[in-house]
Design a protein around this ligand. Structure first.
Ligand code: ATP
Length: 335
């Protein structure tokens, strides 16, 4: 192969720039040319592309976002769009396409493969960590560290006033950010999609837990981490409910897109380097429709459909530690 294309797609993730840099540097190392399509699949449809050389990406790894821009592009789901994309790839003499993004972007890649016979390699760039086939996705470590930092700050003020706080974090339909930021900050409670699917938390059970924790500890704060979409109306509605119905002084805090910005964590930059370079090596080996991932310190290629079809569970040991070992209220409800 002689020429590859690269794009970043879907929700941006800290470390996407580092991944792009790794792809370009590896391509150049192996004598391949690089064309970057801007704004994800939108740019692929509009043939909005720029050639990239090492010089263009030398000092971008310390910034979040993506210098080639990202986008959501709903129209890419049609056959006409995939055909148009294939035509643009062909006209640009592209042998392999590297897609940096999350599960939606990988579905898009699979869709494209029905109309284009070049190689396609996925690089997992999403804060959600919800892709099977890699221990971590690029952006996850940074998002957790930002949430942890916010939770530490919330604890200071919560503790001063003995308040209950609800901090809402991102994660789509997965609780990886919720679980990790709870553990990293010592929050009293986590409300995660995986746990809600198993046994939805009732407001009565939550209030009981808060009251029991306060009874054991005396004057104290209570901080809970709520994964997005896991309570009707989110953190604001839950806080209002707790305050109005149960007279618990309670404040909501929505972290939102703050979780995607700032300086990418070292772990994300290094992961991006490994996965970006491995993506190019996979292309050189003739692989297609696989994701470049890391499992137990080893680079592993996983078929793209597996990455969203096979469930990636939370670490049960971490859930156990948080729920049982660190829970001041024991299983039978005794304080
Ligand atoms: P994140 O979860 O981190 O936000 P993502 O890659 O999952 O990232 P999505 O918005 O789900 O983000 O998907 C990105 C883009 O991929 C979509 O806007 C669309 O262009 C394309 N895409 C998603 N699903 C499909 C599909 N089934 N067929 C074709 N294209 C798709």
């Amino acid at each position: 192969i002689k020429k590859i294309a690269v794009l970043t797609s879907g929700g941006d993730a800290p470390g996407m720039n580092a991944a792009l840099r790794a792809v370009v540097l590896a391509a150049e190392h192996y004598g391949l040319q690089v064309l970057a399509f801007r704004h994800g699949y939108k740019g692929l449809l509009e043939n909005d592309a720029v050639p990239l050389v090492a010089q263009d990406v030398l000092h971008i790894l310390q910034y979040s976002g993506t210098i080639i821009k990202s986008a959501r592009c709903p129209e890419f789901k049609t056959d006409e769009a995939a055909k148009k994309a294939a035509e643009n790839l062909q006209n640009n003499d592209i042998d392999a396409l590297v897609v940096i993004g999350g599960d939606g972007s990988f579905r898009g890649a699979e869709h494209l493969s029905h109309h284009w016979n070049g190689q396609i390699i996925g690089v997992p760039g999403t804060i959600d960590n919800d892709l099977y086939g890699t221990d971590a996705t690029i952006g996850f470590a940074t998002a957790v560290s930002i949430a942890m930092d916010a939770l530490d700050k919330i604890r200071d003020t919560a503790e001063a006033m003995d308040r209950v706080f609800i901090v809402e974090v991102m994660g789509r339909e997965a609780g990886f950010i919720g679980l990790s930021s709870t553990m990293a900050s010592g929050a009293e409670r986590m409300i995660l999609p995986e746990l809600q699917r198993e046994k939805p938390l009732t407001i009565a059970a939550l209030v009981k837990h808060i009251e029991r924790v306060k009874k054991v500890r005396g004057e104290s704060s209570y901080v809970m981490v709520l994964s997005e979409h896991q309570w009707p109306g989110g953190a604001v509605a839950l806080a209002e409910q707790l305050e109005a119905e149960y007279h618990l002084p309670c404040r909501p805090c929505l972290l939102g897109h703050i979780q995607r910005g700032g300086s990418p964590a070292a772990a994300d930059r290094i992961l991006a380097a490994q996965l970006g370079v491995y993506a190019i090596e996979l292309a050189l080996q003739g692989e297609t429709l696989v994701m470049s991932g890391i499992q137990g310190n080893k680079a592993v290629a996983t078929p793209l459909p597996d990455t969203w079809q096979i469930d990636k569970p939370l670490d049960p040991n971490l859930v156990h530690i948080q729920h049982r070992v660190f829970n001041p209220v024991k299983k039978n409800g005794d304080a």
